[in-house]
Design a protein. Sequence first.
Length: 325
Amino acid sequence: MRRLKEQHSRSAVAAPAAPPPPGPQQVAIVLNPIKQRAHETRLLIEAACRGAGWPEPLVFHTTKQDPGHTAARRALEAGADVVIPCGGDGTVRVVAEALAGTDTAVGLVPLGTGNLLARNLDLDVTHLSQCVYTAVFGRQRRIDTATMTLTAPDGETSRHTFLVIAGVGMDAEILSDTSEDLKRVVGWMAYTEAGIRHMPGQRRRRVEISLDDADFQTRRVRSVLFANCAKLPGGVDFIPDAYIDDGVLDVAIMSPRSLIGWIAMYVKIMVQHKRQLPVMQFYGARKVSIRVPEPIETQVDGDVVGPATRVDVEVHPASLLVRVA
């Protein structure tokens, strides 16, 4: 097999945060009411705004049918200076999709299972009051976002924003097969059980991959991941060189054929070894396209978004303003 395009070099990492605009600000809350501690979170945000002498925060609820699209749009129309999604990674994605490209900041109060973006921004997801303080009063910096455009088997297309990691293949199958009951009991550890069930056997898929509009290259893979940043639950830094503000996606191509391959990948991730493995290779790109002869499962930031026969991924540098500690 021919080599894929060489990695991009980059140096723009961890751009400094700046203080928010001075004076009173209008805070908007996009609240998933079924999440544990949702009511407590709302009370904490309202108390913070009241203590600062700011206007009462606007509150918009998500529903099962609308995970926050309407709420985020209404918050923008109301002139919010910061919109705080209070829910899981899905709620954060929807709000970020609406706010990308604007000067309205996103404040994070993680109430989900993975809380991926909050972990990558070094927020303490175990301290609710601290996250509320950062979301309301924190400094601001710009980060990259990315979009995944799917072509479904029937030819329909859909576009999804992601902030941390999207992927095709085995990772999406694991997410789809994870027990919701187990997630409620043990949290993110539930994904491990589904992962172990999907490891045996040679289930590699034939895919064609193009980086930055180069020629398509054929590979047989178990999974392809697109990382905007790469810190996972449990403190695992999946791709140490994946930075959230470098304007580059880190593409991980995983193709283990046996238990030895899985062990080699595990060791590489745990010790953060820089050398490429035949079963796990990394490339940098701003655009990625994948074609498959048979539909393949896809996911964005831990949410399964359905099968596709073509996947187009693109990074959007410095497109989202977020509040950080």
